[in-house]
Design a protein around this ligand. Structure first.
Ligand SMILES: [Zn+2]
Length: 233
């Protein structure tokens, strides 16, 4: 299968579903990791133009840890809006990756870029199938099932499906370690210690399903996107 994970910022996918993506790769699937925003606002000292370059390289490195393909759009942080431009450009990404499964933010996550990404991805993955929707690229032939990854810290998110990621937690740690520019920022701005944070989250989801470490997901339940078998690894 082709798996396409789409997050808002360069480290979101890593925080919320990287160990599952690593497991997909180990099972022989092809994984694409795309962020819609550049991450250019996430620092106290480094200016936006310089930061976007740094964060792009960090995301590239993180994807390489598991052999995923790194894709990106370049909306500045806080300037992603739900409009024809964001949808059209996301359709193009979807037509490129041709996913059998999409993973993206929950519509109820904590900040606007995440919430808008969720809406843009939902709509784009339908529009990508429409030959008359002009965005470039060959129209896709399936409306892919969408899994919503956890919200930040799991707030107001009760998973319906779990992935035991005990064996790929180390890959997730290594991927987060690639995002060096974010350590101080997350500590000072959000009081988040990255390694401790992902450990706690995975442990909590693990406790809920009887695994040492797990990641949790909810499925987008609408017509045309209901699989008859489990698609998560
Ligand atoms: Zn984010």
């Amino acid at each position: 299968m082709n798996i396409l994970a789409i997050g808002a910022h360069p480290d979101d996918i890593e925080f919320l579903c990287a160990a599952t993506l690593a497991k997909y790769v180990r099972a022989g699937n092809r994984v694409f990791m795309c962020h819609l925003c550049t991450g250019d606002k996430g620092h106290f000292e480094i200016p936006p133009e310089e930061l976007r370059e740094i964060r792009d390289r960090e995301a590239e490195k993180a994807a390489a840890v598991i052999g995923a393909k790194h894709l990106k759009l370049d909306f500045p942080d806080c300037e992603l809006h739900y409009n024809l431009e964001s949808v059209t450009r996301t359709v193009k990404v979807i037509r490129q990756a041709r996913p059998d499964v999409i993973i993206t933010h929950s519509p109820s996550d904590y900040m606007p870029d995440h919430v808008i990404t969720s809406q843009v991805v939902f709509d784009s993955s339908f529009h990508a199938t429409l030959p008359n929707f002009s965005a470039g690229g060959e129209p896709t032939s399936v409306i892919p099932p969408i899994y919503y990854m956890d919200t930040l810290a799991g707030v107001e998110f009760l998973p319906e499906e779990y992935v035991d990621v005990t064996e790929t937690m180390e890959a997730k740690r290594q991927m987060l370690l690639c995002h060096q520019s974010q350590y101080q920022w997350l500590k000072k701005h959000d009081n988040i210690d990255t390694v401790e944070f992902i450990e706690t989250m995975a442990r909590m989801r693990g406790l809920q399903c009887g695994a040492k470490y797990a990641e949790g997901f909810r499925r987008c339940k609408v017509w045309g996107r209901n699989p008859t078998s489990r698609l998560l690894p």
